[in-house]
Design a protein around this ligand. Sequence first.
Ligand code: BT5
Length: 259
Amino acid sequence: MNESSLKKHLAKFNLGGLRYFDSVGSTNDEALAWAASGAKDFSLVVADEQTQGRGRLDRKWFTPKGSAIAMSLILRPSAPMRPHLSRTVGLAALSLADACLRLCLSPKIKWPNDILLDGKKTAGILVETVWSGYEADSLVIGMGINVETESVPPSESLKFPATSLEGMLGSSLKREEVISLVLSAVIKWREQIGSDGFIKAWEDQLAFRGEAVQIQSGAESSIYGVVDGLESDGSLRLRDEHDKSVVVRFGDVSLRPAA
Ligand code: BT5
């Protein structure tokens, strides 16, 4: 991937702007700064390598040169989207899942922000907001996608197993084409973000649905339950051992299959 091949592949989109880096600290940091200085809606930052890629709570995200996708999309929320901003991580997850489906892979969404293939993490999402007072001025949707097998971090460094698109497909892919599939899906799902069908589609692709899981949140003790579905704001609903509904809100939570 290089800037000119990326531009060629993305020419069909009405991008607000495109910034490409051979190497950058974090595409989210670039996008946040660009958004704060007036980037237009649907502007995109892409890097071939990240040296300071971030996950949630400043955990590290591994993006080695020449093998992965690190991209951050800037959205300026329209009036119809504003009441549904808590669904933005779902917008990213459904779009990544759609791109996998188009490649004939079978993705699952590990709530809240991971895409799994065969139970292994293949992509991660980091949504951040630029505020203007109490209003969200713009959203930055960061997506890290493991494309080639070289993009997968060494297993001893991970708490959850990981894989890559090519590792699952057994054939090679052009990263520009994967980015194009993701952007097409964002355009489609963004229009539907306020609909019941959006939540239903998100719910239908949840990993561990009907299975027992534990949710860890920082130092707090784990919550156990069976994955039931999603609330209308995108929060996760579990059923506990008394068949009572337990709602887990967004935050720094990690979901694991129950031991
Ligand atoms: C995430 O965080 O999964 C969000 C990752 C978002 C990365 C994108 S890349 C473009 C944009 N720019 C950025 O700087 N970030 C975004 P979290 O759920 O906190 O998971 C982080 C954990 O995933 C790490 O602690 C590792 O254990 C694991 N990990 C790191 N790199 C990985 C990789 N390439 N594949 C699979 N797992 C990885």
